[in-house]
Design a binder for this molecule. Structure first.
Ligand code: FAD
Length: 373
């Protein structure tokens, strides 16, 4: 089976469960089990460790199609992949089977970066690590961790045990690590099946579970995690926008004003709004494909594309899903259509770090020749 066939099967399961996952706010266990068995958790992992060896272009296609079916499932998939690429970059020596486990679907991963103290500025953890023999003692309050309690492995940040300000260490922590606990519930406006709960770390982590050298975490976050996360997060926004657009077009074409013997789409105002949605969607799709190709074959414009693509798709999704709500009137407001779920799910993208506003600031600095940090 090629990955498109596998994706089709996962999407079917994700779609069947999406409404219940959203309404009940439960983790999409069926879709995640299907992902584990599909090979897609290793989509961008090397074939020699059991992955499918695909790249950013295929990754954005998979994420956006998943998001059109179930936003929560897509975000869980994205966070797994973002964790897997940094594990692939610097596999922790004490966990020799971790990468193949993530590639083959036995091990679901996630990132625990954001902290209560530094909020969306994930690059500046206020937690710290201190060396203690062959281990590192870490205390951290992580504010949101997608798949909290459900993921098998957590890639966590802490201020570096080097003690040098601005340096960051990355560690891989198995779910059953002593002192790693889910510290509260997840109740979100959208992405309600995500289990993006806070977590507390009060643990002694073996040095051999560190990814890369002491203090190397900041560079790994920026060079490895950021491109994949931004592409994938943009793809979630695109998939949610596409779902809202498709549902809105279908509704305005079929809902009738019987006294006028015409569909809603006969109204010029509605048609203009639908046109704006479709044009914006097409532009975002093209830009995402361009950014994905740029990450595949990096050049001097790649970093700008990485910064821009998430902000652009996040903000477009806010407008597209809002427009879909508007043109579908009370039918959208009252949950007769799947649009309001996409509308709520789409609010997450722009506030997920790096937030859209931070990305605009970074982009402005980059084109002005200023350092980002
Ligand atoms: C559904 C969901 C899932 C998540 N999953 C994870 C996860 O798996 N792992 C993880 O580590 N984190 C995760 N997060 C956390 C996320 O990445 C952000 O850290 C979090 O949403 C930031 O919220 P905050 O209230 O701390 O924002 P704040 O930092 O308080 O920001 C508030 C506002 O200030 C703006 N702002 C802040 N700094 C600047 C600046 N320098 N310039 C301009 N504007 C600025 C922001 O853009 C925002 O509009 C998740 C969040 C959500 C909503």
């Amino acid at each position: 089976m090629n990955f498109h066939e596998a994706l089709g099967q996962v999407i079917e399961i994700a779609r069947q469960n999406a409404e219940r996952v959203d309404t009940e706010g439960v983790f999409p266990a069926e879709a995640v089990d299907a992902l584990r068995g599909s090979g897609l958790l290793g989509l961008v992992m090397p074939e020699e460790v059991g992955g499918l060896g695909c790249g950013p272009v295929e990754f954005t296609e998979v994420v956006s199609e998943l998001a059109s079916a179930c936003g929560s499932t897509a975000m869980i998939y994205l966070m797994h992949t973002a964790a897997a690429v940094v594990v692939a970059d610097a596999p922790p020596p004490g966990m020799p089977d971790l990468l193949s486990g993530m590639a083959k679907g036995a091990v679901l991963g996630t990132l625990a970066f954001s902290e209560k103290g530094s909020r969306s500025h994930f690059w500046a953890p206020v937690s710290s690590a201190s060396l203690n023999g062959g281990s590192v003692s870490v205390q951290a309050d992580k504010s949101w961790v997608t798949s909290a309690g459900f993921a098998d492995i957590y890639v966590v940040t802490a201020g570096s045990s080097s003690g040098t300000a601005g340096e960051v260490d990355l560690f891989a922590m198995p779910r059953d690590s002593a002192g790693l606990t889910v510290a509260g519930p997840w109740v979100g406006l959208g992405l309600r099946g995500n289990a993006s709960a806070p977590m507390r770390i009060d643990s002694s982590i073996p040095i051999a579970n560190r990814l890369g050298d002491q203090g190397a975490g900041f560079a790994m976050m920026m060079n490895t995690v950021l491109p994949w996360f931004n592409l994938g997060n943009a793809a979630v926004s695109l998939g949610l926008s596409a779902a809202a657009n498709t549902a809105a077009i279908s509704h305005v074409g079929s809902a009738r004003l019987e006294h006028q013997d015409e569909a809603l789409s006969a109204l010029p105002t509605i048609r203009a709004q639908i046109a704006r949605m479709g044009i914006s969607l097409a532009a975002q799709r093209a830009f995402l494909a361009h950014a994905a190709r740029s990450v595949s074959a990096p050049d001097e414009s790649t970093m700008l594309n990485v910064l821009a693509v998430k902000a652009s798709a996040n903000d477009a999704a806010l407008v597209i899903t809002d427009t879909a709500m508007r043109v579908c009137g009370g039918a959208a407001f009252s949950k007769h259509l799947p649009i309001e779920r996409a509308f709520r799910d789409a609010r997450a993208g722009s506030v997920m770090a790096p937030t859209a506003d931070v990305l605009y600031d970074f982009y402005g600095k980059a084109v002005s020749g200023l350092p980002l940090f």
